[in-house]
Design a protein around this ligand. Structure first.
Ligand SMILES: Nc1ncnc2c1ncn2[C@@H]1O[C@H](COP(=O)(O)OP(=O)(O)O)[C@@H](O)[C@H]1O
Ligand SMILES: O=c1ccn([C@@H]2O[C@H](COP(=O)(O)OP(=O)(O)O)[C@@H](O)[C@H]2O)c(=O)[nH]1
Length: 259
């Protein structure tokens, strides 16, 4: 544990000096499809995917001093102490060279959430929540076939209990802050991704041209048109411009609200 240096937000590689890394928490029950959809999001939207579970499993494999403790907790479906998981996440963020992260499967309880926000000073842009029934999740976990020690019916039941008691309150917390984007994860993979895409391209989440500059940009496209019209109609600039503005104004407003 002591081998990983305490990293603050200043250490995380960001594209611009004063810019906070953009973090999206990807939450949902075990087997709801978080990892599957994160792979799709990475491909389309340029995020770095950080699976807390994968980082913990890699830590076990690396033979670190925490390995045995982590392995025992995962086998029991318990939540690894925040300090361990947060250090692994911070290290991965620092090493990624990116400034947009999907943090998958974390925070898993209130303590995880509060500790992450306190240490990193990062609050998520939003929480992508995969909503799925236990019945469907159980079926998927039993068919996952990745050789995971915790994908057996006994541990799965324990993970569901921890999810209901400890992880759902985190989702409720962010919901009360208007940050949850809920996805029906029971549908086929492609359909789930269609819904995910809507979230990532919606005007609230998209990093794009903001409204005012966009209005000026669109408006400026009309200036050459005024001169062409003036030549054709051989009337005054003022006359043509006022006609054009009256006719085009509703269109400009529409363009400005369109994403
Ligand atoms: N929408 C879906 N429909 C059917 N199977 C799915 C769907 N999403 C994921 N799966 C499968 O279910 C299993 C668990 O998915 P995974 O992405 O690993 O879940 P999580 O990361 O939430 O534990 C995997 O075998 C995956 O291929
Ligand atoms: O922030 C985390 C993420 C995962 N885990 C442990 O890792 C296991 C597997 O988590 P993962 O997200 O890989 O899989 P899921 O349960 O969502 O399918 C969990 O049951 C926990 O024991 C943890 O303690 N903290």
């Amino acid at each position: 544990m002591g081998s990983v240096k305490e990293i603050t937000i200043e250490d995380v590689n960001v594209s611009s000096a004063n810019q906070q890394p953009k973090v999206v928490f990807v939450l949902g029950g075990p087997g709801s499809g978080k990892g599957t959809q994160c792979a799709n999001i990475v491909e389309h939207f340029g995020y770095t995917h950080l699976s807390a579970g994968d980082l913990l499993r890699a830590e076990i494999k690396s033979g670190s001093e925490n390995g045995t403790m982590i392995q025992n907790m995962i086998k029991e479906g318990k939540i690894v102490p925040s300090e361990v998981t947060i250090k692994l996440l911070q290290k991965a963020m620092q090493e990624s060279g990116n400034d947009k992260f999907l943090i998958d499967g974390f925070p898993r309880n209130e303590e995880n959430r509060a500790a992450f926000e306190a240490v990193t000073k990062i609050t998520p842009e939003f929480v992508l929540f995969f909503d799925c029934s236990e019945e469907e999740m159980e079926k998927r976990l039993l068919g996952r076939n990745q050789g995971r020690e915790d994908d057996n019916i006994e541990t799965i039941r324990k993970r569901f209990k921890v999810y209901l008691e400890s992880s759902l309150p985190v989702i409720e917390y962010y919901n009360s802050k208007g940050k949850v984007r809920k996805i029906d994860a029971a549908k086929p993979i492609d359909e789930v991704f269609e819904a995910v895409k809507v979230v990532f391209t919606s005007k609230d989440e998209k990093v794009g041209m903001c409204r005012l500059p966009r209005l000026f940009f669109i408006s400026s496209c009309f200036i050459p048109g005024i001169f062409v019209l003036r030549r054709r109609c051989s009337c005054t600039v003022d006359g043509v411009a006022s006609h054009l503005w009256v006719d085009a104004f509703p269109f400009l407003i529409l363009m400005n609200t369109w994403n």
